[in-house]
Design a protein around this ligand. Structure first.
Ligand code: URA
Length: 323
């Protein structure tokens, strides 16, 4: 059997309040834009090029969504196992479909119509995954827009720059720190300073890929001079964190430091509890698991904490099947 790997982008747009997906026609069969990876090309690079060649649309896909379609077919008597890595991308304003000769037409279909008309199960599964993921994108961007407005309040003493959570919106593992630092405030990305470097090392110890976890903090605005956020600040920000957890709906939350552990689990003594898995109540009423550990900044500041952190993350790895 021969193996092939292709990549593509499932394009969507909004028209008159409806979410529509771009479906390509080849004779009577329906497909999405995709094609072979050329030598030296990355997956995303191939997806962008193929989409442009087939549809005339230049689109940068969502950084985190990935969906693999796999199927086996026969061509000229040979059995071929194909994996197609699909990304999603929203149709940029001003872009229009200009089909290549490979396809005979295109359709913009809503979810129900596409589900009905796709004959091929891998297409249906892609559509289902993409549609749910776009729901999450829209909920999260609405949440971030509301959260950002918190920083416009008069008397606000945190930075006015929101550092939103970052990572796949369907991550199995979510990491919750305390509050961004000065580097994060400039780059608007969580954990990119020294504590971030330590976190990256610890994630490797646990066998976790940073690109596959969702990373955020209890307070998502920088408290100047790295002071701890006040109770009022935590209280103002907490509903947004709870809603983020609800959107991502992770199987496991990792809380970093005492503040995150306290607000998520109600426990208060991190040096006694670190390394444990505690229950975490979601706003939906459902319960998930929270692995509690020290904040990586504690390891940056005091060497003795590095060993504790490493042991916790080794333990985390052994807590079977977290990803
Ligand atoms: N520490 C945190 O708790 N969050 C960040 O984003 C960075 C450092």
């Amino acid at each position: 059997m021969r193996f092939e790997h292709s990549c593509g982008i499932f394009i969507y747009t909004h028209k008159e309040g409806r979410r529509l997906f771009l479906i390509l026609k080849r004779g009577r069969s329906l497909d999405v834009s995709k094609g072979h990876i050329e030598s030296g090309e990355s997956e995303v690079g191939a997806a962008i090029r193929e989409t442009f060649e087939e549809t005339g649309i230049k689109v940068i896909p969502d950084r985190f969504f990935r969906h693999n379609m796999t199927y086996v077919f026969r061509a000229d008597g040979e059995l071929i196992k194909k994996r197609v890595t699909m990304f999603i991308g929203e149709l940029p304003k001003e872009e229009k479909v200009m089909l290549s000769h490979e396809h005979t037409g295109f359709l913009w279909m809503d979810f129900d119509e596409a589900m009905k008309r796709f004959r091929f199960n891998p297409h249906k599964r892609l559509l289902l995954h993409a549609n749910l993921y776009i729901d999450r994108i829209e909920r999260m961007s609405g949440l971030n827009a509301r959260y950002m407005r918190l920083g416009e309040r008069t008397g606000w003493t945190l930075s006015r720059n929101l550092v939103p959570g970052c990572g796949p919106l369907d991550a199995k593992v979510m990491i919750v720190g305390q509050a961004p630092g000065a580097n994060e405030d400039v780059r608007r990305v969580p954990f990119v300073g020294r504590a971030g470097e330590m976190l990256n090392r610890l994630l490797k110890t646990a066998g976790l890929d940073r690109n596959r976890v969702y990373i955020t903090s209890v307070v998502q605005f920088f408290p100047e001079n790295n002071r701890a956020p006040t109770e009022e600040e935590v209280e103002a920000c907490l509903p947004f964190l709870r809603e983020q957890i609800d959107i991502v709906d992770p199987k496991l939350v990792i809380s970093l430091g005492n503040v995150a552990m306290r607000v998520l689990t109600g426990e208060d003594r991190i040096m006694e509890r670190h390394g444990e898995v505690l229950p975490l109540k979601l706003i939906s009423g459902r319960e998930t698991r929270c692995f509690v550990t020290l904040h990586p900044a504690a390891g940056v500041r005091f060497k003795k904490n590095v060993r504790l952190l490493e042991n916790d993350f080794k333990r985390l790895k052994s807590l079977n099947k977290i990803h």
